[in-house]
Structure formats: structure tokens, C-alpha cells
Ligand binder design. Structure first.
Ligand SMILES: NC(=O)c1ccc[n+]([C@@H]2O[C@H](COP(=O)([O-])OP(=O)(O)OC[C@H]3O[C@@H](n4cnc5c(N)ncnc54)[C@H](O)[C@@H]3O)[C@@H](O)[C@H]2O)c1
Length: 268
């Protein structure tokens, strides 16, 4: 069995893209996976795929923009599987706009989910983890759980076309640090900062960006991926190694960190 045998994991936004890849990898590593997404049909399909391979999974519809729904999601996962060892706050959104055109609605669209929604989902997960017994991995007193936030390299370096999104992801990095301090030593909180990943999110970015500056569809994507030192676009699966590491015992002494996994775009 894999490195997450006997772990219970919850992944938000896991009906597609990065969240789906992490959910499938966690299942391969032996974890039970609770899949939460706005898109219930997509979430059910991922859960069915895991169960068909002999794993344990359940799906639920959740809007993490509503703190009460996040609390209900956590309660349902804990009720179904008994505890939550690992929570991945992956659900996120983006809307592209130039700085001068950005509206208050654009600002709220990005920040209500990526910052406010992420925080209240994390809070619900942390409350559940605090109520769980410690689990040991051999070193120290053990942990009650691990939280992994999916931020972005846009949270490290401002992006002119994604001002509100970049601010929301900088908030996700900051929340990771604050929560790590608040929840230590029993719960670890870390973040992963992906780069330019081939998912629906980037197809939306490309549509909105090229519509605003007159480039042909596909050109925003092509221009951005040309600058990746590793020489190819990132796939959702490229994030799964770090997601497994941060969920497993090898990262028990790591908290408050945000790791770039982006093919060398941001060398820091
Ligand atoms: N694609 C990239 O290049 C990239 C780069 C850096 C960071 N990220 C981040 O990675 C995460 C996943 O991105 P992706 O590329 O897989 O995006 P995606 O759009 O393909 O998938 C996002 C998923 O989140 C779900 N979701 C959206 N709003 C939700 C809500 N309110 N409640 C519950 N679920 C919701 C969607 O239904 C979808 O399944 C996001 O946080 C994103 O900001 C993506």
C-alpha cells in the first residue's frame, strides 16, 4: 500500500484539474478521499473512479464561498470517515481584467473564494482536527492533522492582468503562515504555489486575456509557457508529488511554508 495508507483526506475543487489529480494520487497512495466541489456530477465521477480502482471515496456538493457550507462539508467528511487527517484547500477561481478596468465585482469574485472562502474552509477543517486524537509518526507527540493550501506563484509576484487574483493568492500565503503559527504544534499548515498549469482555469485565462488585448486565442497561453525553464507546460500531475509529501510523515516538522512547484518560473 502507499504512503498515505489509513489517512483520511478532503480535497476541495476536486472534480477536475489540480484538485482531481491530487485526489486520484491520494487514493493511489492508500488514502480515503472526500471530494468536495460546486460541480457534484464531476465530483461523483472522480469518487466513482477511485472506488472502481478499489479505493474509498465520497463526493459532496459544496460552495466554499459559503462558510456554513464549508462547515457542513467538514462535518460530513468526518462523519463518513471518522476523522480528517489531511485537508487540501484547492478550490479557486480567476477573472482576468486590466488594472484600470478591474471592477469591485471582479475583486470580490476572486477574493471571496480564494481568500475568504479558503480561510473559512481552513477554519472548519482546523476545528475538526483540533477535536481529533494525536497520531504519531515516531517523532514528537504526533499531529492532529495537516492542512495544505493551493496558492499560486501569482501570490509571490504581482501580475498586471490578475491584480485581484494575485492579491487573493498572496492572502492564501499569508493565511498559511498565520494559521501555521496559530495551530502549531498539533496541526501543520503549508501551501503549494503552482505555475502555469494546463487546466480549465488557464483556458479561461487565455480566452479573457486574448479578448482584452487582441491576440489570437491560444496566444496568451503560448506566450506564458515559452518562459518556463523546464521547457513544457505544467500538468496537474506535476503537483501531486509535493501534495503527497506535505500530506505524509516526511513533512511532519514542516509548517508555515509555501512551496513553488512551477518548473523554475520563480526562483526564490
Ligand atoms: N491552473 C493554473 O495555472 C494554476 C496556477 C496556480 C494556482 N492555481 C490554483 O490551483 C487551484 C486549482 O486550479 P485549477 O487550475 O485546477 O482550476 P479549475 O478551474 O480547473 O478547477 C477548479 C475547481 O474548483 C471548483 N470550484 C470553484 N469554485 C468553487 C467553490 N466556490 N466551491 C467549491 N468548488 C469550487 C471548480 O468547480 C473546479 O472543479 C486553484 O486554487 C487555482 O487558483 C492554478
Amino acid at each position: 500500500m502507499g504512503s498515505l495508507k489509513d489517512s483520511v483526506t478532503l480535497v476541495t475543487g476536486a472534480s477536475r484539474g489540480i484538485g482531481r489529480a491530487i485526489a486520484l494520487r491520494y487514493a493511489q497512495e492508500g488514502a480515503a478521499v472526500f471530494i468536495a466541489d460546486l460541480d457534484l456530477e464531476g465530483a461523483e465521477a472522480v469518487a466513482a473512479q477511485i472506488r472502481a480502482s478499489g479505493g474509498s471515496a465520497e463526493a459532496c456538493r459544496t460552495d466554499i464561498g459559503e462558510p456554513k457550507e464549508s462547515a457542513a462539508m467538514v462535518a460530513r467528511a468526518a462523519d463518513r470517515f471518522g476523522r480528517i487527517d489531511v485537508m487540501v484547500n484547492n478550490a479557486g477561481v480567476i477573472r482576468v481584467a486590466t488594472l484600470l478596468d478591474l471592477t469591485p465585482e471582479d475583486w470580490d469574485y476572486n477574493n471571496d473564494i480564494n481568500a475568504r472562502g479558503l480561510f473559512f474552509a481552513l477554519q472548519a477543517g482546523a476545528r475538526q482536527m483540533q477535536s481529533q486524537p494525536l497520531r504519531g509518526s515516531g517523532q514528537g507527540a504526533g499531529l492532529r492533522g495537516k492542512i495544505i493550501n493551493i496558492a499560486s506563484i501569482a501570490g509571490r509576484i504581482g501580475r498586471p492582468m490578475f491584480v485581484a487574483y494575485a492579491a487573493s493568492k498572496a492572502a492564501a500565503i499569508s493565511i498559511t503562515q498565520s494559521a501555521a503559527g496559530a495551530l502549531a504544534p498539533e496541526i501543520t499548515v503549508n501551501a503549494i504555489c503552482p505555475g502555469i498549469v494546463d487546466t480549465e482555469m488557464w483556458r479561461k485565462i487565455d480566452r479573457e486575456w486574448t479578448a482584452s488585448d487582441g491576440r489570437a486565442p491560444g496566444e496568451a497561453w503560448a506566450d506564458r509557457i515559452r518562459s518556463i525553464p523546464m521547457g513544457r507546460p505544467q500538468t496537474p500531475e506535476d503537483l501531486t508529488g509535493m501534495a503527497v509529501f506535505l500530506a505524509g510523515p516526511g513533512s511532519d516538522y514542516i509548517t508555515g511554508q509555501s512551496y513553488n512547484v512551477e518548473g523554475g518560473l520563480v526562483m526564490s
